[in-house]
Design a protein. Structure first.
Length: 268
């Protein structure tokens, strides 16, 4: 299996898992507030619909579809005109759909995006609101968002999510975006590599960076991934940082594009 196929298989599995959680909800369940201010369960799923559809448009544009290219340019213009509210507006609009219609639309977007990413010619990058992205990078980003928003839905419903080894994609993205986390806050990224060692949901240990590095981060992959997606406060994790820069990273970690998020408050 290629890297892209592995990513798409895991993206499908994560999406299927969330769809199974929400498919049986009544109207009150869909309207349940989530940790994101002003976002219900329906808004969380609608955001995934919106972003999958936008990613599909980008992939089609990158592949040379002229209609998609025109539509993508218009979308970028809308984003520039309302950078703070553009994403929220899309989520709230789609969230008005009836639950079954919302799930059908999401399923169609997921399938179409997977096909478009498979069909994207090798070496071609997709336009995005930040740097252009390869098909594999987009699949990783879509997995990260699906997983993170699924956490919000689970929390709103009082459910404990099942964390699988698929979360390695989020962990890898979290490590790769270390310097971005500093730069997006106007901070100078550290010059040296850190050692990151995370206990996987299974028995494995995942590691990045040189052995014997002066600065390091250790803990469970689940807590690291929650932190870099800003679904938990650092104080409520088992993560241990050695070194001042490594500690600062855990304070600002952010693996998603856009301005710095506010993160979560400590529990209690």
């Amino acid at each position: 299996m290629t890297l892209l196929e592995d990513l798409l298989a895991d993206l499908r599995a994560e999406g299927d898992q969330l769809a199974a959680v929400v498919s049986g909800l009544d109207a009150d369940g869909w309207a349940r507030p989530t940790p994101a201010p002003g976002w219900s369960v329906a808004t969380q799923v609608a955001h995934l619909v919106w972003t999958d559809e936008v990613a599909l448009l980008s992939a089609l544009s990158a592949a040379g579809d002229e209609t998609a290219t025109v539509a993508w340019a218009a979308l970028v213009g809308q984003a520039a005109a309302d950078p703070e509210g553009f994403v929220d507006a899309g989520a709230h609009e789609i969230a008005r759909l009836a639950p079954q219609a919302l799930l059908i639309r999401w399923g169609a977007a997921r399938e179409a995006l997977a096909r478009a990413l498979r069909d994207l010619p090798a070496g071609v990058k997709m336009p995005w609101f930040g740097p252009p992205m390869s098909a594999a990078s987009m699949a990783t980003a879509r997995y990260m968002e699906t997983w993170a928003h699924s956490l919000d839905v689970h929390e709103a419903l009082g459910l404990e999510p099942t964390v699988t080894d698929r979360v390695r994609h989020v962990a890898h993205l979290g490590v790769r975006t270390r310097d971005f986390s500093f730069a997006t806050r106007g901070l100078t990224p550290p010059t040296e590599e850190f050692r990151v060692e995370l206990a996987a949901p299974g028995d494995a240990t995942w590691a990045w960076g040189p052995e014997g590095a002066a600065q390091s981060v250790t803990g469970t992959a689940a807590d690291f991934c929650r932190l870099v997606t800003q679904r938990v406060h650092r104080a409520d994790t088992d993560l241990v940082a050695v070194g001042a820069d490594a500690g600062r990273w855990l304070d600002v970690a952010q693996c998603f594009a856009g301005p710095p998020g506010e993160g979560r408050r400590p529990r209690g």
